[in-house]
Design a protein around this ligand. Structure first.
Ligand code: ATP
Ligand code: MG
Length: 581
């Protein structure tokens, strides 16, 4: 089963397709029934059809999980089809990144393919076929050319509860329509001057059925085909043709396409009349569409258009800024593919629009990283501690790499009597319930010894610049020989050997739950001005050798991932009161 790839194994846990009842959602039941009814010709085929006009985001990740997940569950194949029917705004850079992100999520397309690459298709490779189908519709009197202007066209179409009016060109004979359509193709007309429409039903209560546009003129170069075409098919015409030609059995998409489904079926019926539906093992494959609710996340925006705006206006560093809801942004933030898949599975598949809380996603990330991320010590807001009676030179301290996974082993860190600790771990005079370092009190230095603080040095502004104290030589390793207990354990970085590091602390990008609450024009005003804080501190020396994208738990400060050498992105904080329902 072509379901996991190497990067999935490297980055995440294995995809779980649980057999529980909750995962037997309506799409799964639909496919099961079609298999039982013998409609698939022995193979379930799905597709994920992104438009290469941006990077994929967490919403697309859900569709990826559904499309690839269902194919895998039934031992079928899922195609990756770039829906590049809209010439403006598409590019190879986007296409390449979409592929990389899907692979990273743990999925691999499979099947025949249209260009030598298994399972990979470009909708634009079907333009010739689409054009032929359109000509045949014209010959059969099922489509006509119309020259109503945009405004007139809308007015003729009417409103749902009143029938529309026929275009004056509705009954033009096929010969003349063919002539005009070919002239459209040959570039004789300007954008918008003519279009090709299906001849269906101007009084249908479904407005999409009122002689919808199939082809429009656009004098724009296509990123693959250049100026070969100046007419381009509309989504409603192109999508069912692509699905049908590829032999897709189950075409899943988001709810907004539900009202378009009769038109989808109309196009498939016309292809059937034209003898174009593929046959597999003696069964004619008739693609069908079903719709599920989109994934919406609070405190962010997801439309590619708006994400592009943030990139262009340099509100963020790029599509892969760790605050972005894009797959590559989440990757750079340190999220794991396994956690993203787990999140998509937990929110489930339904027909009801809802909003998901990013805290659930963070919870999934923490759950996985707690199991898999090695522990390290890093001090992100350092203040110096000097052990006045230290005479040991350098001694190695041995620490566990992951207390919840013994197989992760241990590591040794040099300790030399002068260390950095977190500023927040010290209070000259302890407040109630403060059990960390305080003058006169004892704490444990993680893995080293028991330390008694004797005082601190302050600057003119009254800020603590250095802390002093003594260690108990009978407590090497961290426990007192006489068995006395100390409450706080402090993490540290050794002054002489620690490496200076940059930490990027991220918070949510928007302060408003729904940044689009007053339209998509003004959403930037809800940006969180504190969404990125950059600080410098110290880390264990071994972290200088960590690989890019390696993930760690920095004790007491959070989960971090390596952005570049000694630059760490905070993935998520350690604890949160959030519990999934
Ligand atoms: P956007 O509006 O964010 O730019 P789109 O729908 O235009 O997205 P496409 O590239 O056309 O993006 O989408 C590819 C597939 O991903 C489609 O099948 C679409 O239904 C699905 N998809 C897009 N956004 C979401 C979402 N938020 N939740 C679930 N599926 C989504
Ligand atoms: Mg789209």
């Amino acid at each position: 089963m072509l379901f996991f790839n190497k990067s999935a194994a490297k980055y995440g846990k294995i995809i779980r397709m649980s057999e529980s009842d909750t995962s037997r959602h309506f799409l799964r039941q639909w496919i099961e029934k079609d298999i039982a009814d013998g409609k698939t010709g022995g193979k379930v085929v799905t597709r994920f059809p992104p438009e290469p006009n941006g990077y994929i985001h967490i919403g697309h990740a859900k569709a990826v999980c559904v499309d690839f997940g269902m194919a895998a569950l039934f031992g079928g194949e899922c195609h990756l089809r770039l829906d590049d029917t809209n010439p403006a705004k598409e590019s190879d850079e986007y296409a390449e990144n979409i592929k990389r992100d899907i692979n990273w999520l743990g999925f691999q397309w499979s099947g025949e393919g249209d260009s030598g690459e298994s399972g990979f298709y470009n909708a634009s490779n079907m333009f010739d076929k689409m054009y032929e189908i359109a000509e045949e519709l014209i010959r059969r009197g099922q489509a006509y050319c119309c020259d109503l202007g945009q405004e007139e066209w809308k007015e003729y179409r009417g409103v749902p509860d009143k029938p529309g009016r026929p275009s004056p060109s509705r009954d033009t004979d096929p010969e003349r329509n063919l002539k005009i359509f070919r002239e459209m193709r040959d570039g004789k007309y300007a954008d918008g001057q003519w279009c090709l429409r299906a001849k269906i039903d101007m009084s249908s209560p479904n407005i999409h059925f009122r002689d919808p546009v199939l082809y429009r003129i656009r004098h724009v170069s296509h990123y693959h085909l250049g100026d070969k075409w100046c007419i381009y098919p509309m989504y409603d015409f192109a999508h069912p043709i692509e699905d049908a030609l590829e032999g897709v059995t189950h075409s899943m998409c988001t709810l907004e396409f539900e009202v378009h489904r009769p038109l989808y079926d109309w196009v498939v019926d016309r292809m059937d009349e034209q003898g174009l539906l593929p046959v597999r093992n003696g069964v004619k494959i008739r693609t069908e569409q079903r719709e599920f609710a989109r994934l919406n996340l609070t405190y962010t925006v997801m439309s590619k258009r708006l994400l592009l705006k943030m990139v262009e206006e340099k509100v963020v560093e790029g599509w892969d800024d760790p605050r972005m809801p894009t797959v590559c942004g989440m990757r750079r933030r340190g999220y794991t593919p396994g956690a993203i898949r787990e999140f998509c599975e937990r929110i489930g598949v339904s027909k009801v629009e809802s909003e998901s809380d990013p805290q659930l996603l963070e919870w999934c990330v923490r759950e996985e990283l707690n199991r898999t991320a090695q522990r390290r010590m890093a001090v992100i807001d350092p203040v110096k501690v000097v052990i006045d009676n230290w005479q040991g030179g350098f001694r190695d301290v041995e620490l566990s790499n992951n207390p919840v996974d013994e197989s992760a082993g241990t590591r040794k860190i040099p300790f030399g009597g002068e260390i950095w600790i977190e500023r927040a771990d010290f209070m000259e005079v302890a407040e109630k319930k403060f059990f960390r370092m305080t003058v006169g009190g004892e704490v444990r230095l993680r893995g080293v010894c028991i330390f008694k603080c004797t005082g601190c040095v302050k600057n003119e502004a009254g800020e603590v610049v250095e802390i002093h104290g003594t260690w108990d030589p009978d407590s090497w390793g961290g426990n007192a020989a006489d068995g006395r207990k100390v409450k706080g354990t402090i993490h540290w970085a050794d002054c002489a050997t620690a490496k200076k590091a940059e930490f990027r602390l991220y918070d949510k990008l928007f302060l408003e739950k729904n940044p689009l609450k007053d339209g998509s024009e003004n959403f930037l005003k809800y940006l969180n001005p504190q969404s990125l804080k950059v600080v410098t501190g110290y880390v264990e020396p071994s972290l200088a050798l960590a690989d890019k994208e390696e993930r760690f738990q920095f004790e007491r400060t959070g989960y971090f991932t390596v952005d570049s050498n000694l630059v760490f992105n905070r993935t998520v904080t350690l604890k949160d009161s959030y519990k999934p329902a």
